[in-house]
Ligand binder design. Structure first.
Ligand SMILES: Cc1cc2nc3c(=O)[nH]c(=O)nc-3n(C[C@H](O)[C@H](O)[C@H](O)COP(=O)(O)OP(=O)(O)OC[C@H]3O[C@@H](n4cnc5c(N)ncnc54)[C@H](O)[C@@H]3O)c2cc1C
Length: 330
């Protein structure tokens, strides 16, 4: 195991959008920072789960693709030459231990030392909820999809999307533009999306198939045959499509936080008004945390990052005056 003897001011664990913004802000406050991300790429859920989705609720962007938001965050994070955070991808933080005036982190690659920690691991390791029917797993990534990694997989194809939340609606509206035809299958008569999204969906050419469940899925010489069964009813329908996108949400596993000695409430990390956790020196931001009124949105997490970083800067360097605006820095 490699020993990294450098003592960082701050380690941000998790390179999702909120961890990236925190690392940028730490550069603004001239903290010696490292960011550690377990996946090979930065961007968290945005990059891994919905890089092609159009996001409409990030301040300042009327609409922006997930991939482009991650690219902008990366450019913003790495803009300072003197206080550019060190970024380590493909490296998972396994454990942490409190020393005298520092924390010792063990990752899959190193042992590294830091004075403060920001936990930004989202829901932890996440995986999509699977389709509740038996099918040949070889279809995954060819005819059955859980992520949209490449819009071209759906271009000019007949696509069924299974799900009834915002994400399923967003995908239906996004793919409608490029696909030959889009069906949206939901087990309830109503969709659980934002009102404006549901209105756009109803005005679109997406064919809504409700209230139906997918009962069987079989591979055809060309495409898939879906057998649909009416929820709480007896009517059956057949649908032939080229591709099925399953959008039943995700399960996440952040049990690692308990192993790090951090108590969880409803599987999230409680924090105070400074985003500080129960362990002095460890802060939490983004989807990993909980407090009264917490919303798991990128916009909300972006606000939490400066709160945590400014408190950390003040605790490490009380003599430094806190700038209120980035424009006050020459
Ligand atoms: C399909 C979908 C659509 C969404 N659409 C929107 C939307 O339109 N608008 C919006 O505001 N929000 C949306 N969200 C929610 C938004 O993506 C999250 O709120 C946001 O990603 C949270 O960012 P984060 O940085 O806190 O966590 P994450 O994005 O989850 O990033 C956490 C990162 O930490 C890493 N990590 C985990 N454990 C470790 C470890 N031990 N060591 C190192 N790294 C680790 C993970 O690999 C991950 O990259 C959507 C979510 C989904 C799933």
């Amino acid at each position: 195991m490699q020993q990294d003897t450098h003592l960082y001011d701050l380690t941000v664990i998790g390179g999702g959008p909120i961890g990236m913004f925190a690392a940028f802000y730490a550069g603004l406050r001239e903290l010696d920072t490292q960011l550690i991300e377990s996946l090979p790429q930065l961007g968290g859920q945005v990059a891994a789960l919905y890089p092609e989705k159009i996001i409409r609720d990030v301040a300042g962007f009327p609409h922006i693709k997930g991939r482009e938001l991650v690219r902008c965050l990366q450019e913003q994070m790495l803009q300072f030459t003197d206080f550019k955070p060190q970024v380590f991808c493909d490296e998972e933080v396994l454990s942490l231990e409190k020393g005298n005036d520092e924390f010792i982190l063990t990752t899959t690659k190193r042992i590294t030392h830091t004075r403060r920690i920001i936990v930004a691991i989202g829901g932890g390791a996440f995986s999509p909820r699977p389709l509740a029917v038996n099918y040949d797993p070889k279809l995954d990534g060819k005819e059955v999809f859980y992520f949209v990694k490449n819009i071209a997989d759906f271009t000019d194809r007949t696509v069924a999307i299974a799900g009834g939340g915002n994400s399923a609606i967003d995908w239906a509206l996004t793919l409608e533009v490029v696909a030959k035809k889009v069906y949206l299958i939901h087990r309830r008569p109503r969709f659980r999306g934002l009102e404006a999204n549901v209105k756009r969906l109803e005005a679109s050419n997406v064919e809504l198939v409700t209230p139906y469940n997918i009962a069987h899925l079989t591979k055809q010489p060309a495409g898939l045959a879906l057998q649909l069964k009416q929820a709480k009813g007896t009517i059956e329908k057949n649908l032939n499509v080229d591709a099925l996108l399953v959008n039943y949400g995700f399960t996440a596993d952040n049990h690692v936080l308990r192993d790090w000695g951090l108590p969880l409430v409803h599987r999230a990390l409680p924090v105070d008004q400074h985003m500080a956790t129960a362990i002095a020196g460890i802060y939490g931001i983004g989807d990993s945390v909980t407090y009264s009124g917490k919303t798991k949105l990128i916009a909300a997490g972006f606000g939490e990052a400066p709160t945590a970083v400014n408190h950390i800067a003040e605790s490490l360097y009380p003599e430094r005056k806190q700038p209120l605006h980035s424009t006050s820095i020459a």
